[in-house]
Design a protein around this ligand. Structure first.
Ligand SMILES: [Zn+2]
Length: 255
């Protein structure tokens, strides 16, 4: 496929997904109101049961889901490499594929109950962008565990996604910290110029860890809203559903 813009619906040059990790309270305070004001939908990767404020935030997540934002599965326990020293025993090099399946499936059970309107159609997000268990000659990819359960898993990576080439079980995202709205716009424009799917990974918005300012997000949202006739902004699962159908229509088999 020479011109990937032909992959998208008429007039659309490329797609964008705005994703927010870790169920941070600034997503409710700052990100969702900004998206709503611009008529845009985001994907929020949450960890059911994790953190002191899980119970108090849950009604807000439920409202966001009913309003059409995607609640994505980020596991219950957020396992990352032991090298982070988040937990001495519960970390990827010490876990098995069964351990990963367990923390993913418990999150799915909780989310099916909390967000019935999703009907189980949601994306996965790899904690810390990592997709392995074990180490050295015993290291294994857990991407197959995700592929058996989800249409799409969001990881990290250097580039935007080519819709005909990317492995949907591990799509790439640009993890931002302290960037301007103009930088976000530049990244999106470069991606859609090539007919790609740009996924932005954000953490704190206007506060919290790895934060960008609410003003930067608002500037990017303003651009996306004004150019919605040529840039398609949707949830990770929304864009994925389109990609799967379009690949089948065009008889594209991704490698
Ligand atoms: Zn995370």
């Amino acid at each position: 496929m020479e011109n990937r813009q032909e992959f998208w619906p008429d007039g659309i040059q490329g797609a964008v997904s705005l994703t927010f990790d870790d169920g941070h309270e600034t997503h409710i305070q700052n990100a969702i109101p900004t998206l709503d004001r611009h008529g845009l939908k985001g994907t929020f990767y949450i960890n059911p049961g994790r953190g002191a404020n899980w119970e108090s935030l849950l009604p807000e997540w439920k409202k966001a889901s009913v309003d059409g934002h995607e609640m994505g599965n980020h596991t219950c326990d957020h396992p990352c490499s032991c090298n982070f020293r988040f937990h001495d025993d519960y970390c990827l090099e010490k876990l098995s594929l069964d351990d990963i399946a367990d923390t993913i499936d418990r999150a799915t059970t909780a989310m099916d109950e909390a967000f019935p309107e999703q009907k189980g159609n949601r994306s996965y997000c790899y904690p810390c962008y990592q997709s392995h268990v074990g180490s050295g000659s015993n290291r294994q990819s857990y991407v197959p565990v995700v592929a058996q359960r989800f249409k799409v898993g969001r990881g990290g990576g250097e580039r935007a996604n080519n819709p005909d080439l990317i492995d949907l079980s591990y799509v790439w995202s640009w993890a931002v910290e302290d960037v301007s709205g103009q930088k976000l716009i530049d990244y999106v424009e470069k991606a859609v110029e090539q007919g790609q799917w740009a996924i932005i990974c954000m953490h704190g918005i206007g506060g919290g860890h790895l934060a960008i300012s609410t003003e930067a997000l608002a500037e990017a949202c303003d651009h996306l809203a004004r150019h919605r006739d040529r840039i398609w902004t949707d949830t990770a699962i929304g864009v994925t559903d389109y990609i799967i159908d379009r690949r089948s229509e065009l008889r594209i088999q991704a490698p």
